[in-house]
Design a protein around this ligand. Sequence first.
Ligand SMILES: CC(C)(COP(=O)(O)OP(=O)(O)OC[C@H]1O[C@@H](n2cnc3c(N)ncnc32)[C@H](O)[C@@H]1O)[C@@H](O)C(=O)NCCC(=O)NCCS
Ligand SMILES: Nc1ncnc2c1ncn2[C@@H]1O[C@H](COP(=O)(O)OP(=O)(O)OP(=O)(O)O)[C@@H](O)[C@H]1O
Length: 201
Amino acid sequence: MFRLGLTGGIGSGKTTVAQMLAARGAAVIDADAISRALTASHGAALPAIAAQFGTHVIGPDGALNRSAMRQMIFADPAARQRLETILHPLVEQALEEQTREAAMRSVRCVVFDVPLLIENFARWQSRIDALLIVDCPEEVQITRVVARSQLSREEVMHILSAQASRAQRLAMANFVITNDAGTTLQALEKQLEALLPRFGL
Ligand SMILES: CC(C)(COP(=O)(O)OP(=O)(O)OC[C@H]1O[C@@H](n2cnc3c(N)ncnc32)[C@H](O)[C@@H]1O)[C@@H](O)C(=O)NCCC(=O)NCCS
Ligand SMILES: Nc1ncnc2c1ncn2[C@@H]1O[C@H](COP(=O)(O)OP(=O)(O)OP(=O)(O)O)[C@@H](O)[C@H]1O
């Protein structure tokens, strides 16, 4: 089973590429989706989050108030660290379980779609056979995220500044897919298609 790490900054197009890989038979393990499940209503991480930040960060639906948490953690690196200390070990545990399930299904390629893979590279290095970066200028990241969410330009820039830089990601890449303003979805898929044999697909 080929183990592919997939990362890129917020709005770079990771999820879009992951969906294309899934359509080609890869098992995609999505760290963001795991993190969202852990913080959904009755999610396993909520008791520890409420104990650390106070019950006001839990909404009336019993789920994490994502907007309040976002405003808190992207303005305050210490708060971000406290949230990551709770969530990341739980995310890792779920990732490992899903990897074991993929191995049992004898899939040819497992894709780890992980937004913070570069930030945690020391832990990821031995778990992947290659790293695929979805590369995109910051201006395009900002435009895409503002278009698909209610976030302001300033909020997106705050998130960007909490992430690895484009140059840091490219320095670690084995494979790079360009997804800039001029890249159509067809052009994105074409770049990916050329790489599929390298991933056992
Ligand atoms: C702050 C939270 C509540 C905001 O939720 P929201 O629904 O607005 O965003 P979502 O979870 O879909 O994340 C969107 C993107 O934000 C960026 N992002 C999220 N958390 C972080 C972080 N700790 N550091 C840097 N960027 C981050 C990533 O690019 C991610 O893809 C949420 O992102 C969260 O719980 N973050 C902490 C967990 C984490 O580190 N997740 C990322 C990888 S597992
Ligand atoms: N080449 C493209 N052409 C048109 N739209 C695109 C292209 N690539 C991505 N998008 C759109 O941009 C947005 C961000 O893409 P996507 O969700 O794949 O990024 P992401 O890296 O997974 O983001 P996040 O880190 O926030 O989860 C989505 O709305 C997606 O449909």
